[in-house]
Design a protein around this ligand. Sequence first.
Ligand code: FUL
Length: 479
Amino acid sequence: MRRLSFWLLVLLLHFEQFQSKIATPPLPVLPIPSVAQLRWQRREIIMFFHFGMNTFTDREWGTGYESPGLFDPAALDAGQWVDAAAAAGVDLVILTAKHHDGFCLWPSRYTDHSVERSPWRGGRGDVVREFVDAARSRGVDVGLYLSPWDRHEKTYGQEIEYNEYYMAQLQELLTRYGSVSEIWFDGAKGKNATNMTYYFQDWFQTVKQLQGSINIFSDAGPDIRWVGDESGFAGPTCWSSINRTMLKIGEAGIENYLNTGDPRGTDWVPPECDVSIRPGWFWHKNETAKPLSQLLDIYYKSVGRNCVLLLNVPPNTTGLISDADVVKLKEFRSAINTIFSTDFAKGSKAQASSQRGGKNGGFAACNVLDDDDTTYWAPSEVAGRRQTSGYWLKLGELDPTVRFNVIRIQEAITMGQRIKQHKVYADGKAVVTNGTTVGHKRLHRLESVVHARAVRIWIKESKGPPLISSVGLHFDPFH
Ligand code: FUL
């Protein structure tokens, strides 16, 4: 009898629920993001301000021969730009310090082609300074765009001289204005542009030396990659991983690879979707902002496909964001809030195919329902054993009177992006049949409204055990 109770006790102690210690976290699946990349990804929407000589000449690409005398924004107020961004929930804003026409929005010591030669603020103004100060005083981070292609600068085409010129300007921008969170290198160049080799490696390493936590954006990263189009759409399959050796800045033909990423990629270089709220990047009198339905479509195909949306809102000739665009931004933010502030998954009963360390192991299914994105569901399988399919997560006891038409799934990307194929069932009926990647956030906008008692997510294929940090069910009345 004594013996029996001894063994019973041993059995009980081994029973996972009674373990006092939580399970260790699983190993990551490489590559994984850096702290700066994670911070960037969580911003979800950031904003671009295309402003400069083109604003006054009604062009998209200037010639470089424009007179600085044309630059005179009578009522420039960068505070108004940043307020418009902040009201849209944005906390990182990026300014075109120099576009292809070479005109500098700050008084650069290396050229005469700048605000210093303009009538604006009597030639003593500095748009970059006003922009940075306005952002900083509102708790918003800044980024800068410095076009490599320069149609004004005389040294353009002389390899060493121009690379030195560009580097000197980079140094000015990255030492004069405090912390810069993102630097934007675009690969555009006109068809007849002078041949010019850019020393990207010299530039990138200097950038990192001057700004330790900055993210460098370009067609090829190293920290953030272009998504491959300017419509704001990522591919329906979108990996943050890619092989940087396959990419060359400014080279055509890599757009599809950029749009999709690479499950076998060894570098973590997530995509950013740049798109303008208006048809052009710069402000033009006859253009208007896209309708809300189009902005929401862009949101679902960028943020909802594991990307950050870089939305351009161009200040006009008076130096302000036009009222109609300010209104449109508010409408956009308020629509996003309407859709996502109510989550019908809250209060449901989460279950899973298995849970790492059992119910009290710290990785239970219910972690997908809390508001903490550092907690996640992990199945009990370990990476080494390489089970790659057959995982599921179920939200049960849903209120069947409640309707939803958006399913949100988020991976714990701190541990690497893993999910390759997934399906979603509502009361046994497939509502998402060909889901592929998930990443930071995957939004499925369903064709019709669903009522269900249970929603089950099947992970059909993944790189190691899938780790899910959040799942939500939402209703989109704009669809
Ligand atoms: C491109 C440029 O050519 C466009 O004018 C715009 O600045 C866009 C964001 O990047 O490369």
